[in-house]
Design a protein around this ligand. Structure first.
Ligand SMILES: NC(=O)c1ccc[n+]([C@@H]2O[C@H](COP(=O)([O-])OP(=O)(O)OC[C@H]3O[C@@H](n4cnc5c(N)ncnc54)[C@H](OP(=O)(O)O)[C@@H]3O)[C@@H](O)[C@H]2O)c1
Length: 287
């Protein structure tokens, strides 16, 4: 289950998120089990402070009867490391922590830079420098694919103005309570894959998972969990997904979403739940 990216390379449509997971035993159990279940993409980031542990776990990939090129590792450039040359050094540090000879996908985590106000001209200047570094890292074969995260249409249009290599992915917050049709359509039009994060409503999950009556009824109708309905809704919008869980049983059920189909009417009903309710950071104010 993979999508082809605009450079011809392939990306698994479902992966495991690892935000807030720093315990070695827990990560080892979750990543190990996810590989056994069939997940092939692991999503990390420099700011998650778990690259070293993930590197240790995947250095033992042959114990899962898999090769390095069977799995797909995504990491992200921290907003603290945005800018020409700084980005390159940061990604080389990630590479070392992950104990890899190449990283499958590196994303610019956020359009803003640390220690810059949202309207600071340092933000676009650093983004441009970071992108140039990423292009060079891709040309050197250290990074196979490069993309962005939390980019709005405005940030993408700016990038198109100077990019020699087009981003393959834009990883953005998408769930029924917050989804921008305009941004998703824009990415599709430019052959940029949208990878949804916080599909289950972020770290707490409760506003969507436990209180939404429409989704609860739909879960009953399809004999699925609300989490499965949410993930399927994203897949039927042709999005990639990276749900995070620290529980093995949820890892399994979050993967059991390929044996049913939401009807056109039910998709429309879920689309209608949009109330512009974000759980994560907002890139809109970033110059
Ligand atoms: N690029 C970015 O800026 C950005 C931002 C946020 C996240 N991300 C990435 O996207 C990944 C996913 O997003 P997320 O971590 O914000 O949230 P998420 O995957 O939407 O939701 C995670 C929450 O849902 C719970 N959960 C998972 N499966 C469940 C199930 N079947 N039933 C009930 N609850 C369930 C988890 O609890 P348990 O752990 O207790 O199961 C956790 O509290 C992150 O881990 C990270 O890799 C990227």
């Amino acid at each position: 289950m993979k999508f082809e990216m605009n450079n011809g390379n392939k990306i698994p449509i479902i992966g495991v998120g690892t935000y807030l997971m720093k315990d070695e035993h827990e990560l080892s159990q979750i990543i190990g089990e996810s590989l056994r279940i069939g997940y092939r993409l692991i999503d990390t980031a420099a700011v998650y402070r778990n690259e070293t542990i993930i590197g240790k776990i995947i250095s033992n990939i042959s114990s899962y009867n898999l090769n390095r090129d069977d799995i797909f590792i995504t990491t992200k450039l921290s907003p603290a490391d945005q800018g020409r040359d700084k980005c390159k050094k940061a990604i080389m540090d990630s590479l070392e922590r992950l104990k890899l000879s190449y990283i499958d996908l590196v994303l610019i985590h956020f359009p803003g830079s640390s220690r810059s106000t949202p309207k600071s001209p340092k933000n676009p200047e650093n983004r441009r420098g970071s992108w140039q570094d990423l292009e060079e890292l891709q040309q050197a074969g250290i990074v196979k694919n490069i993309g962005v995260s939390n980019y709005t249409i405005r940030h993408l249009e700016e990038l198109f103005g100077y990019a020699k290599i087009k981003p393959v992915v834009n990883q953005i917050e998408v769930h029924p309570l917050f989804h921008s049709k305009e941004l998703i359509d824009f990415c599709k039009k430019h052959s940029i894959i949208v990878q949804a994060y916080s599909s289950l409503g972020a770290r707490d999950g409760w506003p969507i998972l436990s209180t939404n009556l429409t989704l609860k009824k739909m879960a009953q109708k399809y004999e699925k969990t609300v989490a499965q309905i949410l993930l399927k809704w994203a897949l039927q919008h042709d999005l990639c997904i990276i749900p995070k869980t620290s529980k093995v049983e949820r890892l399994k059920s979050n993967f059991q979403i390929f044996d049913f189909e939401l009807s056109i009417e039910d998709m429309a009903q879920i689309n209608g739940l949009n109330e512009n309710h974000k759980f994560c950071w907002d890139p809109e104010p970033i110059l």
